[in-house]
Design a protein around this ligand. Structure first.
Ligand code: NI
Length: 226
C-alpha cells in the first residue's frame, strides 16, 4: 500500500534544505545503484559522505521520529541514512526494483528494505514530468507530492521516475526495515491505530478503547521482530 505523509518538513525547512543542496557537489547517481538499476538510472546524487547530505539526513530522521503518522505507518526498526537525488535536463530512472539488503555506509549494519521512501523537496510547479510511478497489484500509481511531503511504498514494488522535461526535481530517498515485515500486517495495524485515535477523539473514555488498544498491542507483539 502507498501511504502519503504530509508536512514532514515545513516550508521554511524546505527552503533551507534547497539552499544547502543547491550549493554542494552532485555526482552521477549510478554510485548507489545495483547492477540492474545502473542500466536504467540517469540522475544526479549526493555522495553518502557529503557533509550536507549527512546533516540534512539527520534533520529528516529527527522530523520522522516525532511524526505520529510516519511512526504508525512504517513501524521502523532501522532507517537507512537518507540520500538525495536530483533530476533535470531529461533525467529519468527506468523501471527497477530496489536492492533487498543495504549496508549502512562505514558500518557493519544491514538494513532489509521493507519500505522505500521519497521525500519531495521541489514543489510540483517547479518541474514538468518526474512523476514517481509505482506498480502494485491494483495497477500503476503516479506520485508527485508538494515539497515537504513523503510517500512510503513497499520496496518489493517495481517503480520508475518519468523524465523531467523542465526544471529540477530534488528529493531525498531512503529505505527502512520495519518491525513488521509483511505489508498486509503493517496495514492492518495502521488501520486499527487510526480507528482507535478517531474513537478516542470522538468518544473519549469509551469503555471499548481499552480493549481495542489491547488488541493493537497484542497483534504488534505477535508480529513484530525487534
Ligand atoms: Ni528505486
Amino acid at each position: 500500500m502507498l501511504i502519503t505523509i504530509p508536512d514532514v518538513l515545513s516550508q521554511e525547512e524546505v527552503v533551507q534544505f534547497r539552499k544547502e543542496l543547491d550549493n554542494t557537489n552532485w555526482v552521477d547517481g549510478k554510485v548507489t545503484a545495483g547492477h540492474q538499476s545502473a542500466q536504467v538510472k540517469d540522475n544526479m546524487q549526493l555522495p553518502e559522505s557529503n557533509p550536507v547530505a549527512i546533516d540534512l539526513g539527520r534533520k529528516i530522521l529527527r522530523a520522522l521520529e516525532i511524526n505520529p503518522l510516519f511512526v504508525s505507518a512504517a513501524l521502523p526498526a532501522k532507517i537507512f541514512p537518507p540520500l538525495f537525488n536530483r533530476y533535470d535536463g531529461g533525467h529519468s530512472f527506468g523501471n527497477h526494483v530496489d536492492n533487498s539488503i543495504r549496508r549502512v555506509p562505514a558500518t557493519a549494519e544491514l538494513v532489509r528494505t521493507d519500505l522505500s521512501v521519497t521525500l519531495f523537496l521541489s514543489s510540483p510547479e517547479e518541474y514538468d514530468g518526474g512523476e514517481l510511478i509505482i506498480d502494485d497489484t491494483y495497477g500503476a500509481h503516479s506520485v508527485k507530492l508538494p515539497a515537504g511531503h513523503l510517500v512510503l511504498y513497499p520496496s518489493s514494488s517495481l517503480h520508475r521516475v518519468l523524465p523531467v522535461t523542465r526544471g529540477s526535481r530534488v528529493s531525498s530517498f531512503f529505505w527502512l526495515q520495519s518491525m513488521v515485515r509483511r505489508d498486509a500486517q503493517r496495514n492492518l495495524l495502521l488501520s486499527l491505530d487510526v480507528a482507535i485515535q478517531q474513537v478516542a477523539q470522538d468518544l473519549p473514555g469509551h469503555a471499548s478503547l481499552l480493549e481495542f488498544t489491547s488488541v493493537y498491542h497484542n497483534l504488534l507483539r505477535e508480529w513484530a521482530e525487534v
